[in-house]
Design a protein around this ligand. Structure first.
Ligand code: F6R
Length: 237
């Protein structure tokens, strides 16, 4: 892993932009994308640049089951707001949250990934070390699957919805096995609350208990973290 420590997320966005730009210059055709607060500074840099990526494809990591693209909490909505409406790709794929047939949808999405092998995957990191919606315990060879959200995730998400009933109970997520097939990975993490997960990911044992530790098995990973997220690492990077 190549570890780059920056002052803050704004600086991280500049690093993320450079990684995206270099991948594009090296002929990348497919970009894997995450939602969440972490990649926003990178997406802002990309969408406000004059980079031409109108010929390439994006494939997102995950989506809530039951939420369509018009729902403000759907990841599809998020991606349009923070990325695609500002500057589109030629094609953009996300799991279809409105498809209630989990077997059909996960199979369809595995085919999307197989047909569009990811050259650069951009990841965030959960406080518990999750990547995508792959929570601790997810096998390293997993493909796209339906995830039952934990009570704590549902409770944490409730604040974004009008009532508890509306909070999705399931999500579709690209598996760890699929993520590890990305030719190159950029993982960003900012803030002190990510420090334990960052330490486990970089210095800890490789274990399904900390899904991001699987990235130690990948030979082309760039990690961009701020000083707070790097604060528990045992050496300087
Ligand atoms: C989102 C995703 C998640 C997030 C992670 C960090 O598509 O796959 O793994 O990257 O939960 O979220 P933030 O960036 O909001 O801290």
């Amino acid at each position: 892993m190549k570890v780059i420590v920056v002052k803050n997320a704004a600086e991280g966005g500049k690093q993320g932009f450079q990684v995206f730009k270099d991948a594009l210059a090296n002929g990348a055709k497919v970009f894997g994308l995450a939602t969440g607060s972490t990649p926003i500074s990178t997406y802002d840099e990309i969408t406000s640049s004059d980079l031409d990526f109108s010929h390439v494809t994006s494939v997102n990591l995950d989506e809530y089951v039951g939420l369509g693209p018009d729902h403000p909490q759907s990841y599809n909505y998020f991606m349009h707001e923070h990325f695609f409406n500002k500057k589109p790709f030629a094609n953009s794929y996300l799991p279809d949250g409105l498809n209630k047939d989990a077997e059909a949808e996960t199979k369809r999405y595995d085919k999307v990934i197989a047909d569009n092998p990811i050259d650069l995957g951009i990841l965030g990191l959960g406080r518990n070390g999750h990547i995508g919606f792959n929570e601790p315990g997810t096998p390293f060879d997993s493909t796209t699957h339906q995830v039952k959200l934990t009570e704590s995730t549902i409770a944490a998400n409730a604040r974004f919805f009008d009532n508890e009933e509306e909070v999705p109970k399931y999500a579709y997520s690209m598996g760890i096995g699929s993520i590890l097939k990305d030719k190159q990975i950029l993982l960003e993490a900012y803030g002190e609350e990510k420090a334990d997960a960052v330490k486990g990911m970089i210095e800890g044992p490789v274990t399904p208990d900390l899904p991001a530790s699987s990235l130690q098995n990948h030979d082309k990973v760039i990690v961009v973290i701020d000083e707070a997220a790097a604060s528990k690492l045992s050496k300087k990077y």
